[in-house]
Design a protein around this ligand. Structure first.
Ligand code: SIN
Ligand code: FE2
Length: 217
């Protein structure tokens, strides 16, 4: 794996690891801002609490989710989609904090995607045992725009596969503050998260949070 020293958010040092021509892990990119990110998430969750959504096939997701931004990703019996209104409250999703927008745009730029302007941020909460099976992010209209994913709390095994579900999958441990960006030729790569192992993170306890930024429309 090729590693490079870069500058993370706030000027701290970040190691990057390339996963493909358009995919990179920025190690520790968000660490300096972690407490501020968590404070923002707490405010978002007060308005749009975490919930376990249902897949179109009728399964309850083990990952609890909420959203902020103009659009939020939702799933229920009717399918996967983005919508401006939280189905639980019938109100718009909380707005995207400036800090989130800045981090996402900076991380994308470090990965070679200039001017990334996310309109959707999915907030995933993993408790021990929660997992996300292999999938592609393909509900977005403009696939020239990358995905930016920030991990906080307990470490997780991120699976990064190919463009076909049956392609070989590599495993990357994502820890507190790591950011993954994938776009370009890697935009539709299958990915997932193995069942979270239990643990006690100093900031988040027995929990992992993941923020996934997208340009949905
Ligand atoms: C996702 O694919 O939406 C989540 C990825 C992660 O939790 O790292
Ligand atoms: Fe995803």
């Amino acid at each position: 794996m090729i590693s490079d020293l870069l500058s993370g958010a706030g000027g701290s040092e970040t190691w990057s690891e390339r996963l493909g021509p358009g995919a990179i892990v920025l190690r520790g990119f968000a660490t300096a801002q972690a407490a501020n990110i968590v404070a923002e998430i707490q405010q978002i969750i007060a308005q749009a609490p975490f919930r376990h959504m249902e897949t179109p096939g009728g399964f309850r997701m083990s990952v609890a989710m909420s959203n902020c931004g103009e659009l939020g990703w939702v799933t229920d019996k009717a399918g996967y989609r983005y919508q401006a209104v939280d189905p639980d409250s019938a109100r718009p999703w909380p707005s995207l904090p400036t800090l989130f927008r800045q981090l996402a745009t900076e991380a994308a730029a470090q990965a070679g995607f200039a001017n990334f302007m996310p309109d959707a941020c999915l907030i995933n909460r993993y408790e021990p045992g929660a997992r996300m099976s292999l999938h592609q992010d393909k509900d977005e209209r403009d696939l020239t725009q990358p995905i930016v994913s920030i991990s906080l709390g307990l470490p997780a095994q991120f699976q990064f596969g190919g463009l076909k579900r049956s392609d070989p999958v590599s495993r990357v441990t994502l820890t507190h503050g790591d950011v993954v960006v994938w776009g370009g030729a890697d935009r539709l790569r299958y990915h997932g998260v193995l069942a979270l192992k239990t643990g006690d993170h100093p900031l988040l306890g027995a929990c992992r949070l993941n923020l996934t930024f997208r340009k949905a429309v």
